[in-house]
Design a protein around this ligand. Structure first.
Ligand SMILES: Cc1ncc(COP(=O)(O)O)c(C=O)c1O
Length: 382
């Protein structure tokens, strides 16, 4: 059995599916683009998505000439709601994206039922949600498609990477057709990825986190390493020549070894999330309510901060690993939103959350240092 098949088999076991419903790519965004293309999304079509996401999501829509139609999020679930989606739906709506922000689920069943009643296709953005469940079923199995990311900070990591789950078998043929156009990752890309993965394992820790995070973001923006996003993805809506790229062998082997630890990691994430919730609740701060907690993967634990910039500077000084997702409604873009057809003022909840949110790490063995830091700076937390 080759590694690719073995990897897909492992994934399919967690996703109530078969290996032939799973397709692997260089990045999760490529899986999204494939699904949109397989559906036939084209010029003048509209695709509904949350106004609290990563810029590569609207990019995939715009690359096909279609129009992203944003909807506001709920301040507590950090996800879109059925009523906001209903209000944004028009005769041009071809597809609705349902995101599991930080692993927290939204009203997936309700949104899928609404979409079906209108003949609209659904895609779950499970880039944060692999391994978690919603109403006792794995994230990603309810919509026509789901896409997942295995990039550095995701539920399990292959460095960069992602895959598509096709639940609606009517689309299998068109996905296979679209996949014929995939570019193969070259030797250089694969080897750089392999080196980065080994480097991260060997050198990333509390004391080096901030230095390497900044260095990595800078180098990937310059196109000097295999990056999470290239400079052009953040500054323009024009598709890079080498965007539509398939998976590399190194991603299958890395995925297989990372998956072995997924259950352990999920338990650790949930344990830490419960500790953070209880700390925040007992200090009268905003915390993730239990109704949003049913076996969520808690990729990150969101907190809201009065002045994020100064809080981040303090965290860096104290060597505490905080995340900054999503620091804008289309992270990490902070200006020229009109290029992405977005006016943040129309989405007050997303604008508010993206101004104040930071993420606590959930995959650490001991959250004591984080808790001590939060205690010291308790007045900065909302
Ligand atoms: C919500 C969301 N969707 C999609 C993506 C894209 O995933 P990838 O980086 O694997 O392309 C990300 C990346 O972080 C994300 O946060």
């Amino acid at each position: 059995m080759n590694k690719e098949y073995h990897y897909k088999l492992s994934l399919s076991k967690s996703l109530e599916s078969n290996p032939d419903q799973i397709f692997c790519y260089w990045k999760g965004r490529v899986a999204l683009y494939t699904a949109l293309k397989a559906i036939g999304v084209k010029e003048k079509d509209e695709v509904i998505l949350p106004a609290f996401t990563c810029v590569v999501v609207p990019n995939a829509i715009i690359y096909l000439g279609a129009r992203p139609v944003y909807v506001d999020i709920d301040k507590e679930s950090l996800n879109t709601t059925l009523s906001n989606i209903q209000a944004a739906t028009t005769v041009k709506t071809k597809c609705i994206l349902i995101q599991n922000t930080f692993g927290l689920s939204s009203e997936v069943d309700e949104i899928v039922a609404f979409a079906k009643s209108k003949g609209i296709v659904t895609i779950e953005d499970c880039t944060h949600g692999f391994g978690g469940t919603n109403q006792n079923r794995p994230n990603g199995v309810r919509s026509d498609f789901a896409f997942f990311s295995t990039q550095w900070n995701k539920p399990f990591s292959t460095g960069v990477g992602g895959f598509l789950l096709v639940n609606n078998l009517d689309y299998l043929k068109s996905v296979n057709e679209v996949n014929k156009l995939l570019i193969k990752p070259g030797f250089k890309k694969s080897i750089i990825l392999k080196i980065l993965i080994s480097f991260k394992k060997a050198f990333l820790g509390d004391r080096t986190y901030w230095f390497f995070l900044k260095l990595y973001r800078f180098l990937s923006k310059m196109g000097l390493v295999v990056g999470s996003s290239s400079g052009s993805e953040i500054s323009s809506t024009v598709m890079d020549d080498n965007y539509f790229m398939g998976a590399a062998k190194v991603q299958f082997s890395q995925g297989l070894s990372a998956l072995i630890h997924l259950d352990e990691l999920m338990l650790l994430r949930k344990k830490n999330a419960a500790i953070y919730s209880s700390f925040l609740q007992s200090n009268g701060k905003i915390y993730v309510k239990e109704i949003f907690n049913e076996n969520h993967s808690f990729l990150k634990y969101p907190i809201l901060i009065k002045d994020r910039v100064s809080f981040l500077a303090k965290a860096e000084k104290a060597s505490v690993q905080l995340g900054d997702w999503f620091l804008s409604p289309i992270h990490p873009v902070e200006s020229e939103f009109e290029k992405w057809f977005l006016d943040p003022e129309n989405f007050p909840n997303a604008a508010y959350v993206s101004k104040h949110v930071l993420n606590l790490p959930t995959e650490i063995e001991n959250p004591e240092k984080v808790l001590a830091f939060l205690t010291q700076n308790i007045n900065d937390i909302l």
